[in-house]
Ligand binder design. Structure first.
Ligand code: SAM
Length: 243
């Protein structure tokens, strides 16, 4: 799978060569291109922003450099992802949708964002996803893009080792869709007088699976009641209903 990122701060993307993503790139499962938007700005100062129509504070990213850059980087198979606080929430389900694409192109906004005509124009050309990573405002799209690239990449077949299954993760489509994962433990069995729950040391796979599911329900109810409210009753087994 190919990821291209267009930004005025290419240096934000050095983490793409580290850890899980770096290893997946070395194996040829993922490839990354990071492009400086200013390479498509042709005036002496390589200007990418201007004052907003209608007045108000801040600057808006000019459509011309974005148009030139996207015309060069997009292909007919690409999907264009534009991070913005006013976008559709980026969720695990959206990450799964994007992971099936062969090519994602990310357009990192700065200042007050990108001139809206850019998104309107490319909606006629490719699939465009305007996505928000949460209800807060960052200084630019770069960190949001790193979040999305990492979440999408771990869903690309082969990127995670066999030992790590995405199907048990919080929000995984299916039985975990509206649940967060419960607590996890490793050795030693006792640390500062706190013991690992006995069931996890029992070797009884059925009981362990049941305990994990019960704990997922408890944690979701305590910390994310909004998710439980969306739970599909058909996804509940007999034991879940008793909880
Ligand atoms: N004036 C804009 C608004 O209120 O919606 C905020 C612009 S923000 C300072 C600059 C850029 O940061 C945005 O164009 C977007 O690329 C990125 N950004 C900020 N918050 C974000 C979020 N929650 N999710 C995704 N991208 C975000």
């Amino acid at each position: 799978m190919r990821f291209d990122v267009i930004t005025i701060f290419p240096e934000y993307f050095s983490p793409l060569s580290a850890s899980l993503l770096g290893k997946a790139a070395d194996k040829g499962l993922l490839s990354f291109g990071v492009h400086d938007l200013r390479d498509w700005a042709y005036d002496r100062h390589r200007t990418v922003d201007d004052t907003p129509y209608g007045g108000g504070p801040g600057m808006v990213m000019k459509p011309a450099p974005w148009g030139e850059a996207l015309d060069d980087v997009l292909t007919p198979e690409s999907r264009l992802v534009v991070p913005t606080p006013s976008g559709r929430p980026f969720t695990q389900a959206v990450a799964g949708e994007l992971a099936s694409a062969p090519h994602l192109v990310f357009a990192c906004g700065r200042y007050e964002g990108i001139d809206s005509r850019v998104m309107a124009h490319y909606r006629d050309v490719v699939e465009v996803h305007e996505l928000s990573i949460g209800d807060y405002v960052l200084a630019g799209g770069e960190v949001a893009v790193l979040v999305m690239v990492e979440a999408v990449s771990r869903l690309v077949p082969g990127v995670l080792g066999n030992a790590e299954s995405v199907s048990d993760d919080s929000f995984a489509p299916g039985r975990m869709e509206t649940l967060v994962e419960g607590p996890v433990y490793t050795k030693p069995p006792v640390w500062r007088d706190r013991e690992v729950p006995a069931v996890l040391k029992s070797g009884h796979h059925g009981k362990i699976a049941r305990w994990r599911r019960d704990e997922a329900f408890r944690r979701t109810a305590a910390l994310r009641p909004d998710l439980l409210a969306r739970l599909d009753p058909k996804a509940l087994d007999k034991h879940d209903r008793r909880l």
